[in-house]
Every structure is written in structure tokens, then in C-alpha cells.
Design a protein around this ligand. Structure first.
Ligand code: BEZ
Length: 241
């Protein structure tokens, strides 16, 4: 995190992929949090939402809470934030559990921490406030942070659009597969689909690949080679033990 002095205020540089996740302590609906230290050794999805007691956010929280175990199956914990206060958070989560049904999901208890950030200090540090969209609310930001506390993905959605949680789970699997096998994953990849092998780094390797010398590789061209990793092998490598 970098501070840039300005006469009026301290402006935080936006965190970037590959940066250490900015550190903070805060109060949450599950007690105090020390982030990212409390999540060392786990993946974390740290996300913001604009406001409690709003419909799109409510649909997102129900979906996230419903899927919490699916994320845990991949050693991934969820942490939410909005600039509302703790009592508002508590009241909203109680209402969600007691009254709201979304897509057939009802009685959903949100047990992951929801951070109160009335000063917007954390939201500012993470670049979650985008004044062109709203200066008093966070946008729908998603930060994926790896077990070493490094930011691995950043996604932003506007206020009007709820996130796709299947995509977030797919993303976690893709990041973990890339780390486990030293590969990349192509468009719309899912476990069991072919993965991309690192590019040829010399003319010799490029020629070998095109001559079919590397067993198990399928090459469209010298720079675009894939190999098969079975869904079982992927799951064995990335699923939490
Ligand atoms: C919503 O979650 O429904 C919402 C929040 C802020 C602005 C617009 C919609």
C-alpha cells in the first residue's frame, strides 16, 4: 500500500495483482479481524458490497453464504465489507435469515465475517470507493488473496449488477490449478478441460513441440500447446484435505 500526499487528504494507491494485501484490523459480525494475517495458509475472497438492506446485496449474501462450504472445500474463506456499522450488519443478517428467500434459498445464516467500515478506511485502502459510481458506498469489489497474503485477482462490478458466484468458485479452482501444476487455464476452463503449458522459451523447444517430441502435448502452433489433466488429478491436487 502506498500513500500519496495531497493537500486535502491522504490518497491510497490502488492495490494491484501481485501486491501484498494491505493490512488492517477491524470489527466484524464475527468479532475482531486482523487481515490478512488471520488467513495465513488459506485463500481468502475479500469482497465489498454497497449497503446493507439493499436487494442486490441481499441476493449476493444469500448466495455466498449458501456456497460457503463449496469455497471451504478449496481452502477458501469469505470476508465481506460495507461502510455500514456493526448494528446495521447484525440487523440485516438477522433479517436475511428470518425473512428472505432468493432463488429457492431461505433461512440462510451468514457465518462469515462482515466488516464494519464506517470511516471507509479499509475501503479506501483497497480502492473499493469509486466516486464516479458512488462516493459514500463501496462498489462490488472482489479481491482473491492467496495463502501467502498476496493479491491474485481483482474484480470490480458496479452497484447495479450482482456477481456470478459460480465464476468466483471456478476462478479459485483455476488459480489453485495453475499453482499446483505450473500451467495456465484457457477461456472458460473447468477442471478436466485441457490446460495451457508454459510457452516455448527457445527455438529448439518450439521446433520440438511442433515435431511432436513432447509426449502428451497438443500444439495448435509452437506458442499454443495444451495438455490434459484429468478432473480427478485436479481435484486431488486442490481440494482441501
Ligand atoms: C442493491 O444492492 O440492491 C443496490 C445497492 C446500491 C445501489 C443499487 C443497488
Amino acid at each position: 500500500m502506498t500513500e500519496i500526499d495531497s493537500p486535502a487528504q491522504i490518497v491510497f494507491a490502488m492495490p494491484r495483482i501481485g501486491d501484498p494485501a494491505p493490512e488492517f484490523t477491524a470489527d466484524t459480525t464475527q468479532g475482531p479481524i486482523n487481515f490478512p494475517a488471520d488467513y495465513k495458509g488459506k485463500w481468502a475472497i475479500f469482497f465489498s458490497h454497497p449497503a446493507d438492506f439493499t436487494p442486490v446485496c441481499t441476493s449476493e449474501f444469500i448466495t455466498f453464504a449458501w456456497m460457503q462450504q463449496q469455497f471451504r472445500d478449496y481452502n477458501t474463506e469469505l470476508v465481506g465489507l460495507s461502510v455500514d456499522g456493526l448494528y446495521s450488519h447484525i440487523a440485516w443478517l438477522r433479517t436475511i435469515k428470518e425473512k428472505i428467500t432468493f432463488n429457492g434459498m431461505s433461512g440462510v445464516e451468514v457465518t462469515f465475517p462482515l466488516i464494519e467500515d464506517v470511516t471507509m478506511e479499509v475501503a479506501q485502502k483497497y480502492g473499493m470507493i469509486m466516486p464516479g459510481e458512488a462516493s459514500t458506498k463501496a462498489v462490488r469489489a472482489v479481491f482473491v488473496i492467496d495463502p501467502a497474503g498476496v493479491i491474485r485477482t481483482i474484480i470490480y462490478y458496479p452497484l447495479s449488477t450482482g456477481r456470478n458466484f459460480d465464476e468466483l468458485l471456478r476462478l479459485i479452482k483455476a488459480l489453485q490449478t495453475a499453482d499446483a501444476f505450473g500451467v495456465a487455464t484457457p477461456a472458460d476452463w473447468r477442471p478436466g478441460d485441457p490446460v495451457i503449458v508454459p510457452p516455448a522459451e527457445s527455438c529448439g523447444v518450439a521446433a520440438d513441440r511442433m515435431a511432436g517430441a513432447e509426449e502428451g502435448l497438443e500444439c495448435e502452433d509452437w506458442f499454443f500447446c495444451t495438455k490434459q489433466i484429468s478432473e480427478t488429478d485436479v481435484e486431488n491436487a486442490i481440494r482441501a484435505k
